[in-house]
Design a protein around this ligand. Sequence first.
Ligand code: NAP
Length: 292
Amino acid sequence: MQLIDGKATAAAIKKEIAEEVERIVAAGGKRPHLAAVLVGHDGGSETYVRNKVLACEACGFESTLIRYEDDVTEAELLACVDRLNHHDEVDGFIVQLPLPAHISEQKIIEAIDYRKDVDGFHPINVGRMAIGLPCFISATPKGILELLQRYHIETTGRKCVILGRSNIVGKPMAQLMMQKLYGNATVTVCHSQSTDLKKEAREADILIAAVGSPAFVTADMVKPGAVVIDVGTTRVPDASRPKGFRLQGDVDFEQVAPLCSYITPVPGGVGPMTICMLMMNTLAAGKKEIYA
Ligand code: NAP
């Protein structure tokens, strides 16, 4: 069994990005600039945004953090999106989700100029991804593809089973894994209404779990020699940790790891790659590589 080290891979990619940024700047170009909009004080969102700002520093990007309280109106947030859409210095931006219930996330996502949508959530980017056109690919599935590629894991013609069908992980992952250009695999997607999920999972050469249920994937669901990618990150109470919780993946790591050819740990697997891919998208936005 080989551990897929997302932390080390992400660090190497950030170094590559930082080197490229310095080359761009030395040649008289502009540093890529990412803006992040954070609403409220949700602990998870605060951490994600802080880590995104730190990643920008590591990559040599400019970054701007725009904060609103929970009671910001949808109209105020839409006005902020509009300003960022027209801000010449900002190459790409994100609005950290989730948003408070009185704000339509879909409305906000659709208001973002798709050419600055480095999260890849805008329907234009999602649609272009689905038909294999250049676009911003959302960070988590892009990070998983990058890990598979960097570990030289063959995906062509293999059976890939994805657990979960969310818009941010399961669905784009399935699209990417089935496409000739990316995974070129045979793809099955399972969800809460799948009748025999265990059987489907057991047939997977590559099993990608994005359910959000700790230790959901047990040893009897994994074919010996399979590649297992654990996207799940659930905070479970843990009094022995300084923060009072630890992150738990969707895979019962202790049981499953010995069976696998490759497996991602939680933490340190898919998570660090997600922010790193946001940086890759921001670099592409800065270079106007996808949309002029
Ligand atoms: P989500 O929107 O809640 O979707 C979960 C999916 O799992 C749904 O499709 C749901 O089915 C399915 N599901 C839930 N319980 C199930 C069960 N008992 N049996 C079969 N299917 C079940 O979650 P998400 O946003 O995709 O995130 C999934 C996990 O990945 C979470 O732990 C999240 O924190 C983590 N995540 C990590 C990263 C990272 O960077 N590492 C990024 C994004 C998400 P239905 O559609 O039928 O409801």
